[in-house]
Design a binder for this molecule. Structure first.
Ligand code: PLP
Length: 741
């Protein structure tokens, strides 16, 4: 039976409190009147609305000013910004010189700067937007603010940050703004129910809130507007909310929010601040025990006790999210809004955190209604996660069970760069190809834990974008010094032997003058080749470096084709699009220049000239690193094809499909694949290459499955691109499977 979900993503949204659910249902079932109607049903709805507003005023300590119900904070922000900017425009139209700046905190939720940009343009104001810098502690630079406030028409600062939980110094900001004449918007979303905003005392002009961050449903929120602050309705119509926000009220949502606010007011079911601090300490202790390289990204002293933002050296946030998810722990990477892309968090960047920490951040957030048992179970699962990593050789621990055979090939990827560990499963003799500096410790740990004997650390070429970390890895593993060439090949050796496997090399000058391919042979012949950046999926390695040999590139490609053939599996040093492997025949189909070089239809000089043209303006990669090859234009059919298979589709699929679980071993240990009535195989994405040759040879239908459908679709596309037509990905992954089944 799947384990109960432990939800620790309260800053993204919260579940709906039972009392709020009941209140919403009661409105829909019984008190469904329109509060604008004057009959009994309408009057009952009006009473409910009035009571919810009165309760909100008490909770927010806002007896005066407007308190509007709306759809949520994004709407509240628009209304506030529209109101402030409309007033500024009116002043300008009246002949007054208005302040030229719009200021917003550098770590503000995107809704704020985007709203400023939008209304500034739409109203034709043309004011200058400036981000207020924050310090390493995430708090606004008050000296900067004091200096700039007199030129600001509107200043926007959040009360507490959604990614880090950092609490702004609202008294300090109020003091910095005093006498400036700037209007002040405080985004109260993450503070609601946790901090007293004291809007009247502090002179806050606008404060938006969202119900769904505090146990009410999505689609309901509030906006406080100071008495006397400029106001322009965002929507006009039937005069609801005293004409301040037209449109029939979302009564179910308002009733639910009212029930939450009433519960908050009574204190029942909500933890006090001190208790939440204890819970944060429990979670922090579990995390510190679990991950030795962990750092917290915001100081606890100035943060909401309910938010823990951390990074673990050597572990991407993606890996940690997959791991936590397998343990039934729902957490977020950076902020939920940016979960789809792997870009570093702008919040952590603004705080000046090192790039690795900003890119690897994980956010764990709980709510005041979470019980001590919930937190205790979360701590247990965090420790389970670490156990699983340890058992999979990803964290320091005992040497793995001798019975667990290492895979032939394990691939590690950092920002599209690939590093391979080749290991003979029988003798455990290993070679690392193209080590990456970010991986040194992890690789050393991985090899030690698996009882692997490292024979050599090889580079396929001297790198243009980083110095080789081969020496660091040799030192970390304690490899006995032995003479080798600059790329790590043992001096005088014509081959490297790993049990029954052999590695030979082939010089391929082009990308660099010293580029090599390493060819892997088993008892049956050539199995695959590590080709570095000579040929990559969708690109040929660039040859415009000082250490390149462009005139020899075409001949190297022909030499590769003559030696390995058109169909041998080629493993690249960069794989920007998750294609895993390629072949000369696959690449020739989409890269006309390669096809021409192989067919001999182009002189070597013409080839070099065409290649130079291709490389003129190579854009950086999605990770803003230097691209190691110019992407060849032209369609990659596999990238466009649908590989998704629904649950019913799987049931209809003939030909004895093999279900392949591509989750990593540390995930598989924490949560098994449900029995789906099909033959299943575990083939983690990191070791997918070990299974590729057999799958390609058999042609048996393959259905890949993972947590969310992302990695499984990468695997299916990679297989399709290599000519395996019957490869699919289970749509939505395990997240949707129980529901679909
Ligand atoms: N402001 C902050 C600090 C938030 O955390 C969020 C939501 O994540 C918003 C504004 C936007 O709220 P909503 O999407 O509910 O409108």
């Amino acid at each position: 039976m799947p384990r109960m979900e432990i939800y620790l993503d309260a800053n993204a949204t919260t579940p709906v409190l039972p009392a709020a659910r009941d209140a919403a249902l009661a409105v829909m079932a019984e008190s469904y009147g329109n509060p604008s109607s004057i009959h009994g049903a309408g009057l009952r709805a009006r009473a409910l609305l009035d009571e919810a507003r009165a309760c909100a005023r008490r909770v927010l300590q806002a007896p005066s000013g407007r308190l509007l119900f709306n759809s949520g904070a994004t709407e509240g922000i628009q209304t506030a910004v529209l109101s402030a900017l409309t007033a500024l425009r009116a002043r300008r139209e009246g002949g007054e010189a208005i302040p030229p700046l719009l200021l917003y905190g550098a770590t503000e939720h995107k809704a704020v700067p985007e709203a400023l940009k939008h209304w500034n343009a739409l109203l034709g104001l043309g004011l200058t937007m400036h981000a207020i810098p924050v310090g390493r502690d995430g708090r606004h630079d008050l000296a900067w603010l004091r200096e700039h406030a007199p030129q600001a028409g509107l200043v926007c600062t959040m009360a507490a940050n959604n990614e880090t939980g950092v609490i702004s110094d609202l008294d300090g900001i109020a003091a910095a703004l005093r006498g400036s004449g700037a209007l002040w918007l405080v985004d109260g979303v993450q503070a609601l129910g946790k901090l007293a905003l004291k809007p009247i005392e502090r002179g806050i002009d606008y404060a938006p809130f969202s119900g769904h961050k505090l146990y009410a449903p999505k689609g309901v929120g509030m906006l406080y507007v100071r008495d006397g602050a400029p106001f322009t309705p965002l929507q006009a119509g039937g005069g609801q909310e005293g004409g301040a926000r037209a449109g029939t009220e979302n009564m179910a949502g308002i009733a639910a929010l009212g029930a939450v606010l009433a519960a908050l007011e009574s204190g029942l079911g909500f933890a006090q601040h001190g208790q939440m601090e204890v819970q944060r300490e429990q979670l922090a202790a579990a995390l510190r025990d679990a991950f030795p390289g962990l750092v917290f990204n915001a100081p606890f002293a100035h943060s909401l006790p309910t938010t823990l933002n951390f990074s673990v050296a050597g572990f991407s946030s993606r890996l940690l999210l997959d791991l936590f998810d397998a343990a039934g722990l729902r957490v977020s990477g950076g902020s939920a809004c940016s979960a789809a892309n792997a870009a570093p968090s702008y919040v952590l960047e603004a705080m000046g955190l090192p790039a690795w920490a900003a890119a690897a951040a994980v956010r764990l957030s709980f709510g005041a209604a979470d019980t001590p048992e919930h937190i205790a179970e979360a701590c247990t699962r965090i420790r389970d996660c670490a156990e699983s990593l340890r058992a999979s050789c990803q964290l320091p621990g005992p040497v793995a069970d001798a019975a667990t055979r290492p895979e032939l090939l394990t691939r590690f990827v950092v920002d599209g760069a690939c590093c391979y560990v080749l290991c003979d499963p029988e003798t455990r003799q290993s070679v690392v190809v193209d080590p990456l500096p970010e991986l040194t410790e992890r690789l050393a740990q991985w090899l030690r834990c698996r009882g692997c004997e490292l024979l050599a650390v090889l580079d396929t070429h001297s790198h243009g974008d980083h110095a080789s970390s081969a020496e660091a890895l040799r030192a970390a593993v304690g490899l006995a010094p032995a003479p080798h060439d600059a790329l790590g090949w043992p001096q005088g050796a014509d081959q490297l032997t790993l049990g029954s496997l052999r590695l030979t090399r082939l010089a391929l000058p082009g990308h660099t003058a010293d580029s090599q391919a390493y060819l892997l042979h088993d008892a049956h012949g050539l199995r695959l080749a590590f080709v570095g950046d000579t040929v990559m999926p969708g690109a040929l390695g660039r040859s415009d470096f000082a250490q390149s040999a462009p005139a020899q590139f075409a001949a190297s490609l022909r030499r590769l084709a003559q030696t390995v053939g058109l169909h041998a599996l080629l493993l690249p040093a960069h794989d920007y699009d998750n294609r895993f492997a390629t072949s000369l025949s696959v690449e020739s189909a989409t890269q006309p220049l390669l096809a021409a070089a192989l067919q001999g239809g182009l002189s070597d000089a013409d080839f070099a000239r065409h290649k130079t043209a291709l490389e003129q303006d190579i854009a950086p990669t999605a990770w803003q690193t230097m691209a190691c090859g110019a992407r060849a234009g032209g369609g990659d059919a596999a990238a466009l094809e649908s590989v998704e298979l629904s649950a019913p589709g799987l049931q209809r699929l003939g030909g004895k499909p093999l279900l392949v679980d591509v989750r990593e071993p540390y995930e598989q240990r924490l949560g098994r694949l449900p029995a789906l009535g099909l033959e299943a195989q575990a083939a983690p994405l990191s070791t997918l290459l070990s299974s590729l040759p057999a799958w390609l040879a058999s042609g048996r239908p393959l259905v890949f499955v993972c947590r969310s459908g992302n990695r499984s679709s990468q695997a299916a596309r990679a297989l399709r691109r290599l000519g395996h037509a019957r490869a699919w990905s289970l749509a939505g992954g395990l997240a949707l499977w129980p529901a679909a089944a």
